[in-house]
Design a protein around this ligand. Structure first.
Ligand SMILES: C[S@@+](CC[C@H](N)C(=O)[O-])C[C@H]1O[C@@H](n2cnc3c(N)ncnc32)[C@H](O)[C@@H]1O
Length: 385
């Protein structure tokens, strides 16, 4: 997630003096200001008759420091004027890229952050602020163009048009800038993920969570079940460095196709067996894979936060009865989301004649909505005697 700043219109400020004093001024900057950046690199230096105009950053403290310490023999003047942007200038921040372009009345609705997935940026505008859409759409495109200026790898900018929804956990996206191409390659924690932002679930915001799970103490030869694997984000990061066997399931055939490709794209130490089924099918008495995996898993990952609780029956069916580790994700309401989630989970596990042997870890992974948080619980569970 990239953070942005505020958006105020600014004028370009110049320090103007005789061209013959130019070298003396540059020497002053070098010797007295050392590395402090006074010159505004976005704009060209201007020449007017015998005068030279240096564009400067709008930092009053710095300007005061310069004007009070510059050699008294150099006569200068501070003027504000429309600047000429440099063609090859690379913006470092979105704030810089949008400076002077977005009217103040819109500054509040410009998002403070956006996601980058491979060559795609995804941005969300506050839907609760009422703005004449026709007028605002021009500025939305300007913001999108600004994002691509700051992030040279970004070729397409999408706007979020819905929340993540449905069985496949997808969201509607509208292109704001660049070509309509929703497939991309994302690199994360030394792994490569090919995916389609419109047809598969992927959140770059879970990067640290995936790293945490992949670097927990996992024994050699563990049998792991990734019940809602998506394009393979958890499975691949674990199998990258661990000699394990992972059974990775997803109901979405698009996610499954990318999962297979990602297994191929990454050099893995472990083995991943992808399957495109509804995980509940494993409970059917005649399901061959279900029978094979029953009472076998040492570890199960359940990242389907809105309804993972409905799949505890599958987890208890697959987990080794003597005990195994469950990584359980859930959206849980404030206040006390962790306590609520653990209580809810314990009830459900007990209902299936299993028990929580120990809570290894439980925490809020990220803020989900004004009312709820995404929580994770890492638990040791076993069948009750
Ligand atoms: C929140 S996403 C998580 C994907 C992946 N674990 C990740 O973190 O990037 C949940 C995934 O579960 C899949 N899914 C939903 N219901 C399922 C079911 N009953 N059986 C198997 N997969 C399911 C969806 O298609 C989706 O890809």
């Amino acid at each position: 997630m990239r953070k942005m700043g505020n958006y105020n219109q600014t004028e370009i400020l110049y320090i103007k003096f005789k061209a013959k004093d130019g070298q003396a001024f540059i020497n002053f900057l070098k010797n007295k200001l050392k590395n402090t950046q006074l010159i505004n690199q976005r704009f060209k230096i201007l020449y007017e008759n015998e005068n030279i105009l240096f564009p400067i950053v709008k930092d009053q403290t710095l300007i005061d420091r310069v004007t009070s310490s510059v050699d008294k023999k150099i006569n200068f003047e501070l003027i504000s004027k429309e600047g000429i942007p440099k063609e090859n200038f690379k913006y470092r921040t979105l704030q810089e890229a949008l400076e002077g372009k977005i009217p103040d009345r819109y500054s509040e609705v410009i998002p403070k952050s956006y996601d980058i997935v491979g060559s795609i940026a995804i941005i969300e505008f506050d839907k609760f602020i009422n703005i004449d859409d026709k007028d605002f759409s021009v500025y939305k495109q300007m913001v999108a163009k600004g994002i691509s200026n700051v992030n040279k790898n970004v070729k397409t900018v999408y706007e979020k048009k819905s929340q993540i929804k449905g069985k496949y956990r997808l969201r509607e996206l509208d292109v704001l800038y660049g070509e309509e191409k929703s497939e991309t390659i994302h690199r994360e924690n030394d792994c490569i993920f090919k995916l389609d932002v419109k047809n598969t679930y992927f959140s770059p915001r879970l990067v640290f969570e995936r790293r945490r799970i992949a670097s927990t103490r996992i024994q050699e030869d563990e049998i792991i079940v990734d019940m809602f694997a998506g394009i393979g984000t958890f499975s691949i990061q674990i199998a990258k460095n661990k000699n394990v066997k992972i059974y990775a399931f997803d109901i979405n055939s698009n996610a499954y196709e990318y999962l297979k490709e990602n297994i191929y794209l990454n050099k893995l130490k472990g083995e991943i067996f992808p399957k495109n089924i509804d995980i509940k099918e494993l409970l059917e008495p005649k399901n061959h894979l279900g029978q094979l995996l029953r009472n076998k898993a040492n570890r199960i990952i359940m990242n389907l936060p809105e309804s993972s609780i409905e799949f505890i029956d599958v987890a208890c069916y697959l987990m080794k009865e003597s005990g195994g580790i469950l990584h359980f994700y859930q959206f849980s309401e404030k206040p006390n989301p962790i306590d609520k989630s653990l209580k809810n989970l314990e009830e459900e596990i007990t209902r299936h004649y299993w028990e929580i042997e120990s809570i290894i870890n439980s925490k809020i992974v990220k803020h989900y909505s004004p009312k709820s948080e995404l929580i994770v619980a890492d638990l040791k569970i076993k069948a009750s005697n």
